[in-house]
Write a protein that binds this ligand. Structure first.
Ligand code: CDV
Length: 311
């Protein structure tokens, strides 16, 4: 009998600089209840879902950054109500947050929480976009390389709600390697939260084109790796800076099963047939039969492109 799992993407509208953790947690808890009312058993929240997207600002005082934006424990007194509500409703969830470890290391992190409220898995973002240097003339910045270390936990999957589930965060969705490493471990679901500015920091680009790239990447990554892909945005004009919505649930066929309509708090849900990928995995994307890793060595040996013609 086919396995079905009702999965929700719980999109957040803007969270402003002045919004407290209590505001964020109460909105997340409301979204969780909405998802439960739709029958969801697994809810995917965005990247850095407890605060505004602070890497858009250069902030001199690390003490201020740590106090305002980083979590020293998870759950904490502030976030416990979300865990309690999820446990009460019997729902599992993915959520992203800025992690400050006891050793003083900082990561852009996501966790997978079981329906019993326990933390099942942790992922620390590996593809950190943007820059580390201060660009005071830019309209906004993207300082993830300043505020976070590259994740040290690798790309992993977990047994979760009778599926095999992996986690990624935002910019990871642009890198086929990340998905393939999850797929090679048997991933059936990939959960991912994102914050993507509607404007390009580096050069003028129509916002619609940025959404187009987001959609084609999601559809191709889901299909080529035969996984259900759930991508959840934090969206809207956050402290005046716009980020697009377009939260998605994509089937292993590459078809969009659900898509958000707004740039506000919004839940979308799909009844996902986890076994939908079985035929694809036995035929076109039967990795064991068709992959040729002996010809893929450059993928791990070379980081940047180098012009190396054969003639
Ligand atoms: N939070 C992100 O990782 N955002 C990047 C932007 C900077 C391009 C993204 O890939 O959406």
């Amino acid at each position: 009998m086919a396995r079905h799992l009702k999965i929700a993407a719980a999109q957040l509208g803007p969270l402003h600089r002045e919004d407290s953790r209590a505001v964020a947690v109460s909105r997340l808890t409301k979204l969780l209840r909405d998802a439960h009312a739709m029958g969801a058993k697994f809810v995917v929240f965005p990247e850095l879902a407890l605060t505004t997207f602070f890497p858009r600002w250069w902030i001199e005082s690390q003490a201020e950054v740590d106090a305002r934006y980083f979590e020293k424990s998870m759950p904490s007194k502030d976030t416990q109500p979300l865990f309690d509500e999820a446990k009460k409703l019997g729902i599992g969830f993915y959520i992203g947050y800025a992690e400050l470890t006891p050793e003083g290391r900082r990561f852009n992190t996501a966790i997978l929480v079981g329906p019993d409220g326990s933390i099942v898995g942790k992922y620390r973002k590996i593809h950190l976009p943007g820059h580390a240097d201060h660009k005071p003339k830019a309209a906004f910045q993207h300082l993830e390389k300043n505020y976070f270390e590259v994740g040290d936990l690798g790309f992993r999957v977990w047994r979760y709600l009778n599926t095999i589930t992996g986690m990624l965060i935002c910019n990871d969705r642009r890198w086929p390697e990340a998905f393939r490493v999850l797929a090679l471990q048997g991933a059936e679901i990939v959960a991912l939260g994102f914050n993507t500015p509607s404007e390009n920091l580096h050069y003028p680009e129509p916002p619609a084109l940025r959404v187009h790239h987001h959609l084609i990447m999601a559809q191709s990554m889901a299909f080529q790796n035969a996984v259900w892909l759930v991508e959840t945005a934090k969206a809207g004009f956050e402290d005046g800076f716009r980020m697009f919505g377009h939260s998605l649930i994509v089937a292993p066929t590459g078809e969009i099963a659900a898509k958000s309509q707004s740039e506000e708090d919004e839940v979308i849900c799909a009844n996902c047939d986890i076994d939908l990928a079985a035929n694809l995995k036995k035929t076109m994307f039967n990795f064991a039969a068709h992959r040729r890793p002996e010809h893929y060595r450059l993928i791990v040996e070379r980081v940047g492109a180098e012009v190396t013609p054969a003639n």
